[in-house]
Design a protein around this ligand. Sequence first.
Ligand SMILES: *Cc1c(COP(=O)(O)O)cnc(C)c1O
Length: 400
Amino acid sequence: MKPFRGSFTQQEPIAEDAIEAAVEVLRSGRLHRYNSVAGETPAAAVLEAAFAAYQGARYCLACASGGYAMAIALRAAGLRPGETVLTNAFTLAPVPGAIAAAGGTPALVEITPDLVVDLDDLAHRFEATGSRFFLLSSMRGHLADMDAVAAVVARFGAVMIEDCAHTMGATWQGRKSGSFGLAGCFSTQTYKHLNAGEGGLLTSDDPEFMARAIILSGSYMLYGRHGAAPEPSVFETIRLETPNMSGRMDNLRAAILVPQLQRLSENIERWNERYRIVASGLAGCEGIVLPKRRDEEGFVGSSIQFLIPNVAPEAARAFVAAAGDLGVDLKWFGADEPVAFTSNHTSWRYMPAQSLPRTDAVLSGLFDMRLPLTFSAADCAEIAAIIRHCHAAVIGGRRR
Ligand SMILES: *Cc1c(COP(=O)(O)O)cnc(C)c1O
C-alpha cells in the first residue's frame, strides 16, 4: 500500500489580511495590550468584543493560554486552596494542570464509550467528595448532553466551568458550547480552531466573576481598556482584593485572531467535510467503532477518534506502528507511558491515584487522529483506507 505523504501537524498558513494586521501592530511598536494611544482600540480589546459577540456572551477576556483561562476561572469562581475540583477523566494534561495551578485537587469522573462524562458517576462523585466545582472538558470536541450535565451540576449547587479547547464553534441544540455554566474557556494554540501560536479566551455573563478574572489576568488598574468587560463600578472592591497573576494576551496575537474569527464558521464546515469522509471510510470496518454523535450536537471535526474495543496492548501498539509506517499519525490513549501531547491519568501522579475502571477500558481501545485543513478530500479517503488496511492486517478485522 502506498504511504500517505501529508503532515498531520501542518495547519494552513496565516491569511494575508491577518499577516497585514500583525505587521501593522509590529510597525506601531505597541504590542502590549495597554500600550494604546488616544482614540485607538487595541487589537486585544477588539478581539474580546468580537469573540463575546460570536459566543453570545456578555463578557470576554483574552489571556495567555487555554490552560491559564481555566486556572483563573477556577480562582475567580472562588476555589479555595486544597478544594476538590471534579473533571472528566478523558482530557488533556493542561486540564488537571489548571486545577493544580489554581490550588485545587483534581478528582476525575468516569467517561462513557461515547467519550463524554458519565452522568451517574458525576452525581456519585459530587456526593462522595462534596465538591463545589465541575470543570467539564469537552475533550476532542465530544459534547455530552449539556442540559443533563447542567441539571446534575445544579442539583448539587455546584459551579460548572467548560473547557472548550476543541468545541469553539460547537453547539448543543443550537446553543454554543461554553454557555452552559459560569464560564467557557477557549484556546487559540496552533492545534485548535484559531491559530495564534498560543492564547486563551474566557467568556461569562457574570459581572463579578469576570471582574475578578480580568484583575487576575494582570489588568492593573487598566480594566477600563477591555473590549467586553463589566462596568468599572463592578471593580470597585474587587480590584483591591484580587491578586495580579499576570497572563495577558498581546496585541500581536489578537491582531491575527480577529480576521480568523470571521472565517471560523466556514472552516467548521471544511473540518466537518473532512471528518465525514474519514468517518464514512471507517464506518464499514468491522471491529472499528466510532463514538456516537447525538443529533443535538453540532460538532467541529478538527480531529477524529475511534475505538477498537478489547484490543490487546501489543496489538494496539502494532496497529499504531503499522499506520505510522504508512504515514498515518495515530495516537493511542491506552499507552503506559505518555507520548508527545498524549497522556492519561496514570501519568498525572501529582494528584491522588484515581480508580477509573470504565474509563480505563475505553482509553485502552481509543485511537485519535488530527484532521488539519491542509488535507484534501482525497487525502482523507486515503487515510481511511490506510487505517482499514492496517486494522485488517494487524487486528484481523473483516470488511462487512
Ligand atoms: C489544548 C487543550 C487545552 C489547553 O489549551 P492551551 O491553550 O494549550 O493551554 C485544554 N484542554 C484541552 C482539551 C485541550 O485540547
